[in-house]
Design a protein around this ligand. Structure first.
Ligand code: SF4
Ligand code: SF4
Ligand code: SF4
Length: 187
């Protein structure tokens, strides 16, 4: 099997929260590192024991206990913003890999609960610590639920990436148009 095909198989097993707790920039980079032998299959806390076992099976090695340096297993959680404390700084917005936070500068921000994947990446940028995590009430890392959630998280992340590409293209086009206008106004 090619390295790419192996990385695809491993990536398909990962929860797709893009939380970076594995020490990589997201699920795909971690899958690539495992496929090349650069990372062991025990660095994904959101995946729970069933995901770690499945990764080891694909790699043909024994399952390892979760590396405690990456965190610990926990039930699925979502972010909640204390709207009374939010100062509308918008610093949490770019941190979210699925655009689950809505708000604009100097306005209250809130989390779209059906979109939040529990990655916790919005917590550190908040200057007033008004984002907390709360249990969803779902079962502790149930394998079937994890698989269903991963499909949803992958879709939201792909939509986020597509929006980023569109925004970048718009920025580049606006800059090119401005440069053209400035050239045209130069005698
Ligand atoms: S969900 Fe797992 S593989 Fe994906 S970024 Fe988080 S720790 Fe890494
Ligand atoms: S709202 Fe926060 S915890 Fe939820 S997906 Fe976005 S960054 Fe992650
Ligand atoms: S970073 Fe915190 S204070 Fe700033 S908009 Fe987000 S939730 Fe509100």
């Amino acid at each position: 099997m090619s390295l790419q095909a192996l990385a695809d198989r491993l990536d398909a097993l990962l929860p797709q929260t893009q939380c970076t707790r594995c020490g990589y920039a997201g699920c795909r980079p971690y899958a690539t590192a495992m496929a090349s032998g650069a990372a062991p299959p025990n660095r994904c806390p959101p995946g729970g024991p069933s995901t770690l076992a499945a990764l080891a099976t694909v790699l043909g090695c024994a399952a390892l206990p979760l590396d405690p340096a990456c965190g610990s297993f926990a039930p699925p959680r979502i972010a909640v913003i204390d709207e009374a404390a939010c100062i509308g700084c918008a610093k949490c917005l770019p941190a979210c890999p699925v655009d689950a936070i809505v708000g604009a500068r100097k306005q209250l921000h809130t989390v779209i609960t059906t979109q939040c994947n529990g990655c916790e990446l919005c917590i550190a940028p908040c200057p007033v610590d008004c984002i907390t995590m709360t249990d969803t009430g779902a079962a502790l890392l149930d394998a079937q639920q994890l698989a269903a959630d991963a499909i949803r998280h992958r879709r939201h992340y792909a939509a986020h990436e597509a929006r980023q590409v569109r925004r970048e293209a718009q920025r580049t086009a606006a800059l090119a148009a401005r440069t053209e206008r400035l050239r045209g106004s130069t005698p």
